[in-house]
Design a protein around this ligand. Structure first.
Ligand code: PEP
Ligand code: MG
Length: 539
């Protein structure tokens, strides 16, 4: 029996067979070789496998995303492109490099060439495709397979790490639980797992390899423990614990429709954080008082291109309708940093959490931002929608956003398209925004405090880095001070302020938040009932 301890992201107990996914980095070593014919043959065969794989992916993607699957046929074409092949041939046959390095050089050369074609955005974008395809061939050359192929029966997935896009694209009916060797509780992958209510542990080094595939595992998301081949006593104890947990969850359903009021009559709005329509349905079922944070980017991370105005409009309208007139706050795309999608073509950043993410990305790509603003304005007539902007640091940014909103509204009006009245708010999730919240409060309709990023930037501790746990005090006085300051400044300007980061669900802080006068707590849909119960038990 193996027993490993981790940090629990999402409670629940799962028992089933384990599936190990090994992530192995590619090795790029510029070694010279005399075995040129052998390396060339290896390249040809790896490319053939890569083409077959891409075509296979195209077929699978067609079912899920329709025409967007085209990107895979473009990749298949690029893989067989004559100039790419010639560059690899030169690398191997003339420079005598090993096949992996020759492919790497050829990919880099093509990437550089396409990135620098003047005034041709389409060709510029193809540069990243060359990075993708050369990476794919190198993986084939080195026999590295990272794709997660789920078997017919549901499994406990064990891997080093998962990106949000990978998690979203998994077939959840086949996942009992997820165990990450790395990962951290505040990462977006963890946030998605919470919304999907799959038990998940992070930072759990169980030292397993693919040879362990198929062994029986137990994930205890309550205590944060992972067992492989549990003994009889552990197994029967955990089966009992699972039954008790499920019973407790069932009992929580009594909280549906109950008010979030303490025994002495103090109240706070309990809202939901959502990332997709399914979450919205759960929020509706649990009668959340609103959607405090719709992470709009989660809808699109596993796509093959940016969503169209129509796709976004449909999603926002559906959520507005599910919530039947209760407020839905849509946060504009907070893409990049740890939320990468293959179609977002950015140069590699040394420090992406402090890079071109969220509102900065939207300013850099105004056509993408405008498309989203149009979709939200149009959906606004189907409910009570609010719009919220992430990663704000200055008054100038807010002025620029408000001007763009006004412009979009005019544009739609000129087209004869009906628009809703949108409340406009900002996230307070950078120390800069918290410190000038008095100035920002006069410009917007509401604040929402994003404690996940506020904590990462205030403590200068990467929210993705599990290794920092011992240094991290999530109740650090600096964070509480900024929250207090923000609440005070919001109320002085007569605007509402809520909390939508993970601290909103922290039971140790609920009473403190209510006393502070915070107007709403927005938590993962799966935690609404637990929070409501907790509030009702407070004096
Ligand atoms: C936050 O930073 O607290 C927040 C709610 O936004 P996200 O977790 O999506 O970055
Ligand atoms: Mg954030």
């Amino acid at each position: 029996m193996i027993k490993a301890e981790g940090q629990s992201v999402q409670q629940g107990i799962a028992i089933g067979k384990i599936l190990i996914r090994e992530n192995r980095p590619v090795q790029i070593v510029p070694e010279k070789t005399d075995a040129v014919e052998k390396e060339w043959a290896m390249f040809l065969s790896a490319r053939k496998r890569a083409v077959a794989e891409v075509k296979n992916m195209e077929a699978m993607a067609k079912e899920k995303v329709g025409d967007k699957a085209m990107i895979f046929s473009v990749h298949a074409m690029l893989l067989e492109e004559a100039e790419f092949e010639e560059a690899v041939r030169k690398g191997i046959k003339e420079e005598h490099y090993n096949a992996s390095y020759a492919v790497y050089l050829a990919g880099k050369e093509a990437e550089h060439f396409f990135a620098n074609v003047k005034d041709n955005a389409y060709l510029n974008e193809r540069s990243v495709d060359f990075r993708d395809i050369s990476d794919r061939v190198i993986r084939e050359l080195q026999h590295i397979r990272d794709e997660i192929i789920l078997p017919e029966h549901p499994v406990i997935l064990v891997t080093d790490d998962l990106t949000p896009a990978e998690l979203i694209s998994l077939d959840m009916t086949k996942i009992l639980a997820v165990v990450l060797n790395n990962g951290s509780v505040n990462s977006h992958t963890a946030i998605i797992a919470k919304s999907m209510t799959i038990p998940m542990l992070v930072n759990t080094d169980a030292q397993l390899s693919v040879a362990d595939n198929g062994r029986r595992g137990i994930v205890d998301g309550v205590s944060g423990t992972f067992w492989v081949d549990p003994d009889e006593e552990t197994l029967s104890r955990l089966i009992d614990a699972r039954n008790a947990y499920e019973k407790e969850q069932k009992e929580l359903e009594q909280m549906i429709g109950k008010a979030a009021v303490t025994k002495s009559g103090r109240s706070i709005r309990v809202c939901a954080n959502i990332g997709n329509i399914e979450d919205a349905r759960r929020a509706g079922l649990y009668q959340a008082e609103g959607i405090g944070l719709f992470r709009s980017e989660f809808l699109y991370l596993n796509g093959t291109d940016f969503p169209t105005e129509e796709q976004q409009f449909e999603n926002y309208r559906t959520v507005a309708q599910i919530m039947e007139g209760r407020e839905v706050i849509i946060r504009t795309m907070d893409i990049c940093a740890d939320k990468q999608a293959d179609y977002v073509r950015l140069d590699t950043e040394n420090n992406p959490a402090m890079g071109l993410r969220a509102i900065r990305f939207c300013f850099r790509r105004p056509e993408i931002f405008r498309t989203q603003l149009r979709a939200i304005y149009r959906a606004g007539i189907y409910g009570k929608l609010g719009i919220m902007f992430p990663m704000i640091t200055s008054e100038e940014e807010v002025d620029k956003i408000l001007a763009m909103m006004a412009d979009i509204r005019e544009e739609l009006k000129a087209e004869g398209v009906k628009t809703g009245e949108l409340k406009a708010g900002i996230m307070i999730e950078t120390p800069a925004a918290a410190l000038i919240s008095d100035r920002l409060a006069g410009k917007v309709d509401f604040f929402s405090i994003g404690t996940n990023d506020l904590t990462q930037y205030t403590l200068a501790m990467d929210r993705q880095n599990a290794d920092l746990k011992e240094f991290q005090n999530i109740h650090h006085p600096s964070i509480l001070k900024m929250i207090e300051m923000t609440v005070e400044n919001a109320h002085a300007a007569h605007i509402k302020v809520g909390i939508c980061g993970e601290l909103a669900a922290d039971p140790e802080l609920t009473d403190y938040f209510i006393r502070l006068g915070v107007d709403s707590l927005s938590v993962p849909a799966s935690e609404i009932l637990t929070l409501r119960k907790h509030i009702r038990e407070l004096p």
